[in-house]
Design a protein around this ligand. Structure first.
Ligand code: AMP
Ligand code: MG
Length: 408
C-alpha cells in the first residue's frame, strides 16, 4: 500500500500555482503575495520621538544630577503631525509628543515624567522652561529615520501569506494595492444517506453532516475558497450529479468526504473510475486509510474518508499542502515540532496521526493523548493541540521518546 509520503508526492505533482491578480490592501488579508515588496521609503520616514517629553541637545544634560538640576528654555511646542522649523541652540529645548518629528539640533528626548512638568492634563500649553536632574544619552527616546528599514529593502517576499500585521506594514509603506495569487476554488461535497445539514431535524438513524462545516473552514483557513455542492445520496446518480456541478463551477480541486471505502454503498470510487481516473484509493495511514485521489472529467479529485477525525487528518496531510502549492505559499502554515511522549503509545505499524495535548514541563515539550483515538471521536480532536506523527513500522513508542507533532 502507498506510503503517506508517496501518496502526497503523487498528489502534489498534479497541481500548479494559480494565476495572479491585483487586489486592494483591504482585500489582501490571508492572500499570498505574487510579487516581492520593496520599501518605497525609509521607516520611520523621519527622526521622531518615542515618548511625550522634551527634545534636547544631549550634551546640555552632561552636568545634570539630583544635586545640580538643569533648566532649559522651551522654545517650541511640537505636536504629532507638525513639521518643526526651529533649530535648538545650546540651553534650549522643545516640548514634543510621541511620533512628532525631532527638531534640528536635538538628539534626545527626556520623557515628561522625568521632568518637573508633570501635570499632564490634556490641552495645557507648553511651559516656559523645564527642569530635570539626570544625564540624557544621545539618541535616548529617538526613533531615527530608517531605524526599521531602508528604502529599497525587500520587506515581504513573493509566496508570503499575508497576515494582519503584514497589512499594517504595507499601509505604513503607502502600498494600497498588491499582486496576489488567485484564490484556489475548491468544490466540497459530503456523501451519505445518513447525513442531514446542521439545521435539519434528525430522524432515526440520521446524523448531522459535520465534515462539510469543518472542511469548509479548513479550506478558508488555507487561503482558498469553498464552492459548496451539498450532500450526495449513496447512489451513483446522486454522486454523479453533484460532481457534475463541480465541472460547471470551474474549480481547481473537487474534495469529497466518505463513500470511498469498501462498503456496499460506497459509490464515490466507482463514479470516479468510470468518469475519469482513479490514481489510488488507499494509503498506509491511521486514521484515514480509505483516501482516494484521481480525476473526474479532467478535474483533480480527492476523496477523504468519512469519519470526522479521518477527514480532518486527511485534509491536513494531503489537502493543505495542495492548497499551499496552488496558492503559491512558500512556507508551511502548520508548524512541526519535536515533542516527548508523556505516556507509552501503541501503534499498529501504519503511519499514525494521534490527537495530543502538548504541555511544557520544565522547558521540555511533552505530549499526552486526548482519550480514545477512534476516528469518529471528534471531541478528541477538539481537545487536542497537536497531531503526533508515529512513523510507519513503529508498534510502540516508549515514555520519553521524541516524536514529531503538527501543531494545530
Ligand atoms: P463512509 O466512509 O461512508 O463509510 O463513512 C464512514 C463514517 O463516517 C460513517 O460513520 C459515516 O456516518 C461518517 N460520516 C460520513 N460522512 C460524514 C459527514 N459528512 N459528517 C459526519 N460524519 C460522516
Ligand atoms: Mg457512507
Amino acid at each position: 500500500m502507498l506510503s503517506v509520503t508517496e501518496a502526497r508526492e503523487r498528489i502534489l505533482s498534479h497541481f500548479q500555482i494559480t494565476a495572479s491578480e491585483v487586489v486592494s490592501l483591504t482585500a489582501s488579508a490571508n492572500r499570498v503575495l505574487a510579487m516581492d515588496i520593496a520599501a518605497a521609503h525609509d521607516l520611520p520616514l523621519f527622526n521622531n520621538s518615542a515618548m511625550d517629553g522634551f527634545a534636547i541637545r544631549s550634551v546640555d544634560s552632561s552636568t545634570a544630577a539630583s544635586a545640580s538640576p538643569l533648566t532649559l528654555r522651551v522654545v517650541a511646542d511640537i505636536p504629532a503631525g507638525s513639521a518643526p522649523t526651529v533649530t535648538l541652540a545650546s540651553g534650549q529645548s522643545a516640548r514634543i509628543m510621541t511620533g512628532a518629528p525631532l527638531p534640528a539640533g536635538a538628539d534626545a528626548v527626556i520623557p515628561v515624567e522625568d521632568t518637573d512638568f508633570n501635570d499632564r492634563t490634556a490641552g495645557l500649553p507648553a511651559p516656559q522652561q523645564v527642569t530635570f536632574t539626570r544625564v540624557v544619552k544621545a539618541g535616548e527616546n529617538v526613533r531615527p529615520r530608517g531605524m526599521d528599514l531602508h528604502s529599497g529593502d525587500i520587506v515581504l517576499q513573493k509566496g508570503h501569506f499575508l497576515k494582519p500585521q503584514d497589512l499594517g506594514l504595507l499601509a505604513m509603506l503607502g502600498i494600497a494595492h498588491v499582486q496576489v495569487y488567485k484564490k484556489p476554488r475548491i468544490a466540497l461535497l459530503s456523501t451519505g444517506d445518513e447525513l442531514r445539514t446542521v439545521d435539519e431535524p434528525l430522524t432515526a438513524g440520521k446524523i448531522h453532516d459535520s465534515n462539510s462545516y469543518a472542511l469548509a473552514a479548513l479550506i478558508e483557513s488555507s487561503g482558498a475558497q469553498t464552492v459548496y455542492l451539498g450532500i450526495a445520496k449513496d447512489t451513483r446518480e446522486s454522486v454523479e450529479s453533484l460532481l457534475q456541478k463541480a465541472i460547471h463551477e470551474n474549480v481547481d480541486l473537487i474534495l469529497s468526504s466518505a463513500g470511498v471505502s469498501v462498503g456496499a454503498f460506497d459509490f464515490v470510487k466507482e463514479v470516479i473510475e468510470s468518469n475519469g481516473k482513479l490514481n489510488f484509493w488507499r494509503v498506509n495511514m491511521r486514521p484515514g486509510k480509505p483516501l482516494a485521489f484521481g480525476e473526474y472529467h479532467g478535474r483533480p479529485f480527492i476523496g477523504l474518508p468519512g469519519n470526522p477525525v479521518s477527514a480532518f487528518v486527511g485534509f491536513e496531510v494531503f489537502v493543505r499542502p495542495v492548497l499551499e502549492k496552488l496558492s503559491g505559499q512558500l512556507s508551511r502554515s502548520r508548524r512541526i515540532v519535536k515533542v516527548r511522549c508523556a505516556e507509552e503509545i501503541e501503534s499498529d505499524g501504519r503511519e499514525s496521526y494521534l490527537r495530543a495535548i502538548i504541555r511544557d514541563e520544565n522547558g521540555i515539550r511533552t505530549a499526552a493523548l486526548t482519550g480514545h483515538q477512534g476516528s469518529g471521536n471528534l471531541l478528541s480532536l477538539v481537545q487536542a493541540d497537536a497531531l503526533l506523527i508515529i512513523p510507519a513500522g513503529v508498534k510502540c513508542v516508549p515514555v520519553g521518546q521524541e516524536v514529531e507533532a503538527i501543531l494545530l
